[in-house]
Design a protein around this ligand. Structure first.
Ligand code: C2O
Ligand code: CU
Ligand code: CU
Length: 483
């Protein structure tokens, strides 16, 4: 499996005249303050340059005698190029749209300023065909993220527009090898073409566009070569429209070290399976504790009765070391503000809709009328029809909030908030063992989940289900953080 590292040129940021004036003004002010020692100006963060070109391409998703698959891809490759930056960098990403339709790029999970978030109409004018747009922002947190369009996402992401976005720690943990696996699930016809029935009624009202072909980094995986004693940091990204993965590593014991990019106390995953809803990321430390010349299979067990073998892990003949590496695997904390739980302001958000036992669930008259217009899912009784709307809740900047989310449906939903990460504090009224930070939380049918956050990033932020067909069918809203 190839990891294309994008070529990023490191170069000093050229200060604009305005920035220069601001900087010199600040220095003058500091000099004027008595008792203030003026430090040598700190160097601006290095500016990194990336260019992305979404357009038509073809990819050999299915090996052997099958033809290539016509896809939509960034820089002609599925996944798009791995963008690798270091925490604290500033990045400028030039996007040139070679598609026949409008697009945007969203930096999923990264806490960027509102106008850089890539949501059409809400945060920017969409990028038309042959037009370009330059995104530029600082990278606040280390971790595993990804990028994808936010325009007609079900089809644009479903045809292959997505790529990994890796932010390295300034002081990373010691491992022998680092590997990124971008998981995707495609619905292919017999000739390896992508089935055209995007956002159809059935997918929208059930569990989304579940496909028939799972790829890792754009290929149906065959085997993954390892050595005895090797310690691997495995970054998993679920880029599928709808498929939820539950990966079982057989007799190996992966340690979860980060969720959605954010460090978590290293722990074995619950039920020894690594669960990733759409858009979620998990960083694992995987010690290769098997014997040389043996193999084992990683299986995906999420949908009962539909378990399948994802990939074989094959040990080579040689051994790197006979015991496991004795190094620290806990990641350094990121820069998230900690919510103050005492006297915290509470809000409640309820999710309804979808099919159950042949009928619509929990619908009132309003919902039945919306359903006739192709909307199947509701947040607090409202189905969104575009990405600009009245907020579900309005939060005061820098205040702490607890949001109780209630899944009144018979389906799973990975619920995602833009611009912030939040702590998942309880599930069904029981505190979570790791109080993990996430930007996308998978809610089980009928589950109640409480999240807590500091609303420190001003703007109107998308809050939606990341099963892209649910999002298209109305499961989307806005959380406003007042400036
Ligand atoms: Cu991954 Cu609203 O996005
Ligand atoms: Cu996002
Ligand atoms: Cu959903």
């Amino acid at each position: 499996m190839s990891n294309q590292h994008i070529r990023v040129q490191r170069q000093r940021a050229l200060m604009s005249r305005r920035e220069f004036l601001a900087a010199s003004g600040a220095t003058a002010l500091l000099t004027a303050l008595p008792g203030f020692v003026v430090q040598a100006a700190t160097e601006p963060p290095p500016m990194r340059h990336v260019s992305l070109r979404p357009g038509k391409a073809s990819a050999q998703l299915v090996p052997g005698k099958y033809p290539t698959t016509p896809v939509w891809a960034y820089n002609q490759s599925v996944p798009g190029p791995e963008i690798r930056l270091t925490q604290g960098d500033r990045v400028r990403i030039a996007v040139e749209n070679a598609l026949d339709e409008e697009t945007t790029v969203h930096w999923h999970g990264l806490r960027v300023p509102h106008d850089m978030d890539g949501v059409p109409h809400l945060t920017q004018v969409p990028i038309g065909p042959d037009k370009h747009f330059v995104y530029e922002f600082d990278v606040p947190d280390a971790g595993t993220y990804w990028y994808h369009p936010h325009q007609r996402s079900s089809e644009q992401v479903g045809r292959g527009l997505y790529g990994p976005l890796i932010i390295e720690e300034r002081d990373p943990i010691t491992v022998d090898r680092e590997v990124t696996w971008v998981l995707d699930d495609w619905r292919l016809e017999r000739d390896a073409r992508i089935s055209d029935n995007f956002a159809n009624r059935h997918d929208m009202s059930h569990n989304g566009r579940i496909g028939n072909t799972v790829t890792i980094n754009g290929e149906i995986p065959d085997s993954f070569q390892v050595r005895q004693g090797e310690r691997i940091r495995l970054r998993l990204i679920n880029a599928a429209n709808a498929r939820i993965f539950a990966l079982d590593f057989h007799d190996h014991q992966p340690q979860v070290i980060a969720l959605d990019g954010q460090p978590v106390t290293p722990h074995e995953p619950a039920n020894r399976t690594v669960v990733l809803g759409p858009a979620m990321r998990v960083d694992l430390v995987l010690d290769m504790t098997g014997d040389p010349d043996t193999r084992f299979t990683i299986t995906d067990t999420f949908y009962s009765g539909l378990e399948y073998e994802l990939i074989d892990v094959a040990y080579g003949p040689e051994s790197l070391r006979s015991n496991t590496l004795d190094s620290v695997i806990a990641l350094p904390a990121n820069t998230l503000p900690e919510p103050v739980m005492e006297g915290i302001t509470r809000h409640q958000i309820r999710f309804n809709g979808g099919m159950m036992g042949g009928g619509m669930m929990g619908g009132g008259n309003n919902m039945m009328a919306m359903m006739r217009k192709g909307k199947m899912w509701f947040i607090n009784g409202v189905a969104a029809s575009d990405q600009v709307m009245d907020p579900l809740v309005t939060l005061e900047r820098d205040h702490s909030y607890l949001i109780e989310m209630i899944n009144d449906t018979a389906w799973h939903h990975p619920i995602h908030l833009h611009g912030h990460s939040f702590r998942v504090v309880s599930r069904n009224s029981k505190p979570t063992p790791h109080q993990e930070w996430q930007d996308t939380v998978l809610m089980a049918p009928e589950e109640k989940v409480e999240i807590a956050l500091v609303a420190d990033n001003p703007g109107d932020w998308m809050f939606h289900c990341h099963i892209l067909e649910h999002q298209a069918a109305g499961m989307m809203g806005i959380i406003r953080v007042r400036t």
